[in-house]
Ligand binder design. Structure first.
Ligand code: AMP
Length: 283
């Protein structure tokens, strides 16, 4: 146990150096964040820092899509720990073999491994002069949340929500272009309204012709593994929502429909004013 706690302390110490360094200056002029959500907390861009945000939400909810759009809009890096894990899986050797066993069963990798990967990514960003960040897929356990909270000031945590039947369909429909790395979704999802509520339609996000023959599916996007990932989310990550709620940093956002509508409403919920140019570039 002593070894484990030493390792966690070391993780936290490494994170502290890198996370604290990833602080900030003002927003780029394309995006103007008004007083409400960010400013009210007094730690957002209004005090001259770049945002330090994180996304929570079940697999398939669209964290990557919205985190990536916000990162473009706000000019801060989008750091997805799932991407860091997939990069580590791509390098040959016993470490990636062990990692693949865990990931392909839909389990979480250890807090120690994920914090090492994240710290390394932040260090590389720091060397390139990156400021602020939008985390996607981190923290995913209470321990990760506690470590993060101990080493830096997260301004806001956006918790994306979508009905469970849509989540499974979205994961099964997910495709990536093996050449350009763009993400798509071939699923066309119709959800009946609940308790007399309005039905919801989530249209597919189809690839352009040049990507069609190069689409790949994630090994952990099979039905069995997705269901396991959802169980893991409920058991280990849901408590993290309460952690940030108690600290008044949680913004709950129910995905209302397809990407253009959800993006517009998310910007409204965040009180972010997007320039017309930027809106058409990303919608
Ligand atoms: P994602 O792309 O976010 O669904 O992540 C893919 C996989 O990477 C997850 O199912 C986990 O095995 C692993 N992973 C990503 N982020 C974390 C994290 N914060 N903690 C533990 N494992 C993670």
């Amino acid at each position: 146990m002593a070894g484990v706690s030493r390792a966690i302390r070391a993780c936290a110490a490494t994170s502290q150096r890198t996370l604290v360094a990833a602080s900030a200056v003002a927003l780029p002029k394309e995006a103007r964040v008004k007083a409400a959500t960010v400013g009210r907390r007094g730690r957002g861009p209004e005090d001259g820092r770049r945002v330090q945000w994180a996304f929570l939400g079940c697999p398939g909810v669209g964290k990557g899509t919205y985190a990536s759009r916000l990162s473009q809009l706000l000019g801060v890096p989008h750091i997805a720990t799932g991407d860091l894990v997939r990069d580590a899986l791509a390098s040959p050797g016993p470490f990636s073999k062990k990692l693949a066993e865990i990931v392909n069963q839909g389990k979480l990798v250890s807090d120690e491994i994920i914090i090492n990967l994240l710290s390394r990514r932040l260090e590389e960003g720091e060397e390139k002069g990156e400021l602020g960040f939008i985390l996607d897929g981190f923290p995913r356990t209470m321990r990760q949340a506690e470590i993060l909270e101990g080493v830096t000031n997260i301004d806001l945590v956006i918790n994306l929500k979508l009905r469970e039947e849509a989540l499974v369909a979205r994961c099964l429909g997910r495709r990536m272009c093996s050449q350009c790395g763009e993400n798509f979704n071939v699923a066309s999802i119709d959800i009946e309204g609940e308790n007399g509520g309005a039905p919801m339609y989530l249209p597919p996000l189809l690839p352009p012709p040049q990507c069609e023959s190069k689409l790949i599916t994630r090994a952990d996007d099979t039905e069995e593994v997705v269901k396991n990932r959802l169980r893991v989310y409920h058991d280990l990550t849901e408590p993290v929502e309460g952690f940030y709620k108690a600290r008044q940093k949680l913004l709950e956002f129910n995905i209302p429909g397809g990407i253009p509508e959800s993006w517009r409403k998310l910007l409204e919920a965040l009180n972010i004013e997007d320039s017309d140019n930027m809106r058409s570039a990303v919608a």
